[in-house]
Design a binder for this molecule. Structure first.
Ligand SMILES: C[S@@+](CC[C@H](N)C(=O)[O-])C[C@H]1O[C@@H](n2cnc3c(N)ncnc32)[C@H](O)[C@@H]1O
Length: 183
């Protein structure tokens, strides 16, 4: 495997006011989604923790062009929207249409330019999004909060298709955000 772990300082950074409003407003929507029984249940990450990691990784992105961000399973779109606000060209892939609709509404409401694609991020799935390989190859940072049974496949996808130098940010649960880099 050509993926190595990189250290995050874990230093908290103050969230800009407009993004705190985004988090506060979407927090109200979150409750409606928890406990859903669909096959691909949505569970939110700790967005303050993930924001700290995005903020730390942002200066490490390539210079001279807008870096690209991709979220595998974007849920309500919050992390993709935070990445967009921090200057990434941000795309979220999500399999549940209702979550895509909600993400697009939030993106419009906060005047952000994130893109949300409906479908699967697993290449072998029937519902795979168009141009998945290209999206992954172009991503400078991929973020995912995987289900435990997806973790190995996720690493394999990143290892096989991400560009050398790309970062992977994973949320595994309370206080557990990790970063990796493709060599
Ligand atoms: C644990 S939730 C995390 C949501 C979001 N990334 C976050 O950090 O708040 C996982 C999300 O991945 C989506 N998902 C699961 N499998 C997927 C797949 N194969 N393709 C696209 N989305 C998927 C689910 O619908 C759900 O919204």
């Amino acid at each position: 495997m050509s993926v190595t772990r990189i250290q995050l300082s874990g230093a908290p950074c103050p969230i800009p006011r407009h993004l705190q409003i985004l988090l506060d407003e979407t927090a109200e929507t979150l409750g409606d989604w928890q406990g859903e029984t669909e096959a691909h249940t949505f569970v939110p990450a700790d967005y303050v923790l993930v924001f700290d990691a995005l903020y730390e990784l942002r200066p490490q992105m390539p210079k001279g062009r807008r870096p690209e961000f991709l979220e595998w399973g974007s849920g309500l779109g919050i992390v993709t929207l935070l990445a967009s606000a921090l200057g990434w060209k941000a795309t979220g892939i999500e399999i549940q249409p209702r979550l895509i609709r909600s993400s697009l509404e939030t993106s419009r409401a906060f005047d952000l330019s994130a893109r949300f694609l409906e479908g699967s991020f697993f290449p072998e799935d029937e519902s795979v999004v168009d141009n998945l390989a290209k999206l992954v190859r172009h991503a400078d940072l991929i973020y995912v909060y995987p289900w435990p049974d997806q973790e190995i496949e996720i690493f394999d996808l990143f290892d096989r298709y991400a560009a050398p130098g790309a970062r992977l940010l994973t949320y595994y649960g309370i206080e557990d955000v990790r970063a990796f880099q493709k060599l």
